[in-house]
Design a binder for this molecule. Structure first.
Ligand code: H79
Length: 451
């Protein structure tokens, strides 16, 4: 028998492989790091909750088996025919709002799929509409340089293999098979990446239910990163999220890539990326005459989120005919118009150094601090805490001349003579140093006049 010869090249290759393996693993994490940092710079995205449930005007997340009987709910797709759906129009709305990414409900807890999945019959291809909504939207996004992303619920109250049923996962299925359901989930998410990827984010939800485990979460996370190393995955892929604050404490694999406060603005955090998801009205899915947030509330929400170093994923629920409600389109356009003038302090900026509070919010980029002052003291100037670098110039973008006085014990900003702006007085400080190097600091509520 011939002995295999260890040629110098073979030895070298073996050694290199051994030496390089840990390094190769380290670089394998890089696509995520790079994608996360690019995504953070985008700041503002459009969340879209849509499906046959829009025919009822009830909530997509919890009306099956509550407001709408299960049999009726599950039959809605047979008459879902949104003939006015126009992917280019939706993307135009996002673009005009100043949004840079879009997250569509590929599947919510109710199990309906907005693409013709080969792993189920419960999908858009079997509605009277038939068209592949995801395909059209992904293509339209690509055309306008909007990052296409999907929301995919881990739970599925209709699927016979998933152990729990509606309402709210409180009933049990007669013949559950969670391992088989996990295969279904893996197959479907792989199908989405193959057909519509590369995606920006895969946004998971519904992970709090008992059948989902850390092991499943880790396996799904790792499998998806193999399919698309640059995929960004939210913390709801696994267990560990704390309630609607959406914060995961663990920093390991099963924590996902970022935190997800829901219907609330996240706390200031420069360490771990986060994204607030919030509805423009009250419901995630379309509801006729739902109460809509004001222009000021919408823009201030974005500024307070970005000022806390987070992203904002702002939600609309399109109507059953496929259109986004005109008044919501108008509100989003107002946000976009504001951002056209003041967006420099939003896109690509970081939160702080003055932490958001009743007074307003701040961001920084290069040597500039952007201040968005929303509430002024009842009398006298706004007092900001001291910062190390020197303010070499300051400029207001919508309030004429403002007095700025940098003292050793703080910075005094005089209120605009023209009165407060209904959204925010926008002011920049140009420093003699990088603004991001200024340690984050709180603004005393008493300085903002609404104590
Ligand atoms: O997709 C959106 C929601 O449908 C989904 N997450 C965001 C991104 C979500 N699903 N469930 N939840 C959020 C938790 C909801 C809990 C409650 Fe309720 C809703 C508590 C009060 C209202 C359901 C209805 C339980 C009680 C009443």
């Amino acid at each position: 028998m011939k002995k295999p010869i260890a040629t110098p090249t073979a030895v070298f290759l073996a050694t290199v492989t051994l030496l390089v393996a840990p390094w190769a693993q380290a670089t394998a994490a890089d696509p995520t790091t790079a994608a996360l940092s690019q995504w953070r710079d985008l700041k503002f995205g459009l969340f879209i909750h849509w499906g046959p449930v829009s025919l009822k005007g009830t909530e997509i997340g919890w009306s099956r088996g509550r407001e709408v009987p299960v049999e009726e709910y599950d039959a809605l797709y047979r008459r879902f025919n949104p003939t006015a759906f126009d992917a280019a129009e939706w993307v135009q709305v996002a673009h005009d709002a100043g949004m840079k990414y879009l997250v569509l409900t590929s599947k919510h807890h109710d199990g309906f799929c907005l693409w013709p999945s080969k792993y189920t019959d419960y999908h858009i291809g079997n509605t009277p509409f038939q068209r592949d909504v995801m395909k059209e939207l992904a293509a339209a996004c690509r055309e306008r340089n909007i990052q296409f992303c999907t929301y995919h619920s881990i739970c599925d109250w209709r699927h016979p293999d998933y152990p729990l049923g509606s309402p709210g996962g409180k009933t049990a299925k007669p013949h559950p098979n969670m391992p088989r359901y996990f295969e279904y989930l893996k197959n479907q998410t792989a199908e989405i990446i193959a057909n519509y990827g590369p995606l920006g984010i895969m946004w998971f939800d519904g992970e709090w239910e008992a059948p989902w485990t850390t092991e499943y979460g880790n396996a799904l996370y790792a499998g998806l990163k193999e399919l698309q190393p640059s995929l960004v995955i939210n913390n709801r892929v696994s267990k560990g999220r704390r309630g609607m604050e959406g914060v995961t404490e663990q920093a390991d694999l099963n924590a996902g890539d970022y935190d997800t406060p829901e219907q609330q603005i996240g706390g200031f955090n420069r360490e771990r990326p986060w994204e607030t998801c919030m509805t423009i009205c009250r419901q995630w899915a379309w509801k006729p005459n739902d109460l809509m947030k004001s222009r000021a509330e919408c823009i201030q929400t974005l500024l307070r989120t970005v000022g806390g170093d987070g992203n904002l994923l702002f939600n609309v629920g399109p109507m059953p005919d496929g259109r986004i409600e005109p008044r919501q389109v108008e509100r989003l356009r107002e946000m976009g118009a504001w951002l056209k003038t003041f967006g420099d302090g939003v896109y690509g900026a970081r939160g702080g150094p003055f932490k958001p509070g009743p007074w307003g919010a701040s961001t920084c980029k290069g040597n500039t601090i952007y201040l968005f002052i929303m509430n002024w003291p009842a009398s006298g100037p706004l007092r900001l805490p001291p910062i190390g670098p020197k303010i070499i110039s300051s400029q207001t973008l919508n309030a004429g001349e403002l007095g700025v006085d940098q003292q050793p014990d703080g910075i005094l900003v005089s209120a605009p003579a023209s009165g407060p702006d209904p959204v925010a007085t926008v002011l920049t400080f140009t420093l003699n140093a990088a603004a991001f190097s200024v340690p984050p600091v709180s603004v005393e509520p008493a300085s903002a006049g609404n104590e």
